[in-house]
Ligand binder design. Sequence first.
Ligand SMILES: Cc1cc2nc3c(=O)[nH]c(=O)nc-3n(C[C@H](O)[C@H](O)[C@H](O)COP(=O)(O)OP(=O)(O)OC[C@H]3O[C@@H](n4cnc5c(N)ncnc54)[C@H](O)[C@@H]3O)c2cc1C
Length: 419
Amino acid sequence: MGDYSLWSVVKNGLTGNKSWKPAWRKAAPKPSYDVIIVGGGGHGLATAYYLAREHGITNVAVVERGLIGQGSVGRNTTIVRSNYLLPENSRFYEWSLKLWEGLSQELNYNVMFSQRGVLNLAHTPSQLDQYAQRGNAMRLGGIDAELLAREDIARLCPGIDLSPNARFPIEGGLFQPRAGTARHDAVAWGLAYAADRMGVDIIETCEVTGFIRDGSAITGVETSRGEIRAPKVGVAVAGMTSEVMRKAGVERLPIESHILQAFVSEPVKPLIDTVVTFGAGHMYVSQSDKGGLVFGGNLDYYNSYAQRGNLPIVQEVASELLAVFPNLGRLKLLRSWGGVMDMSMDGSPIITTGPLPGLFLNCGWCYGGFKATPGSGWCFAWTIAHDEPHARNAAFTLDRFHAGTVIDEKGAGAAPRLH
Ligand SMILES: Cc1cc2nc3c(=O)[nH]c(=O)nc-3n(C[C@H](O)[C@H](O)[C@H](O)COP(=O)(O)OP(=O)(O)OC[C@H]3O[C@@H](n4cnc5c(N)ncnc54)[C@H](O)[C@@H]3O)c2cc1C
């Protein structure tokens, strides 16, 4: 994979950048494949990549209704972390974080993974106790975690308002140093590039409109560009899961679709060099390499497939940002947008065989699917290749909602908008 070698960068730089090849082919659908992946977001592309790389299954089509990177993979606030309490989640997300650490080298594509740390602020002594519990659980699982005092936070992030008179005084925080951010669209492009090089067909502007069945088994998909057959079809369409699965005759899933907004300020000089989350509400902020503050918070409070949100959430999230960084009061908001979130009933994902023969399902990513991208693709590829889940995703079944063995990280109950 010499396309992005030092030599080609120098050569193209000296010759007007005219001989770069497209990062992936514009593949047309073939009549059949060994595996079809529906959805060319981060998870679909990572699945195709690991099917080819780990299992030698290269006769794979990724079928995407739009263009690569236009879904939530290109709309998120790019936070990558593994600071979970429950073992099923922390094991899985830590595996994903480990894959992130080698991803740019592996793909030969700079995904700009930046391990600048994630700091969760605690605003009451009891919240700090909870963070200590989570940090201890993380450390017992071999994951990096540090409980920070106020003076540590002052050193780490000088702009934070640590005054005792603050509206939400800060008691301390939980810090994961290996966490950070990545460049979201580069992740989609890098995975598409590397999968394409191994022979995967990435078929854009090809919407799945139905499923081909043989009895109860799924044997292919109907698309806006014709029928495509395969003995195995993996669905990884995130926010569109309920709609796409309905086309396969699966009417009810433990998923709701909600909008989540993201915001970017005008660029400023380096100010916040870690990721900071507000503990007295829901707000997270980091600074992009271009200088814009990238931040987000709660879902809009209703179900929707729209990709833009409403003003009350802008106000709520901006006020939370100012509660932590009052010095940003004069900053201008440059852009905002929304993405559709596949919120599961317990806040944990689903990576499973079924629910029909020949079908495999990957969904339920809630707020956190970007950080899961490599881990999810790795586990989903394993599940498709072996017709059974790997130990890392064995707990992420659909059955857990029947059996009552939910993985409810926050103890919030079966209310997807609370996870
Ligand atoms: C504003 C916002 C902020 C976020 N912040 C973070 C964060 O900081 N950290 C984090 O870890 N996660 C974050 N997330 C969540 C994360 O972005 C998602 O969980 C993740 O991207 C979802 O997986 P995906 O990349 O595969 O989804 P997508 O990119 O949405 O991919 C699904 C694809 O399926 C395609 N599709 C749908 N229907 C069909 C069809 N019928 N036929 C063919 N293709 C179809 C879509 O076009 C889409 O490209 C955020 C999300 C949003 C919206």
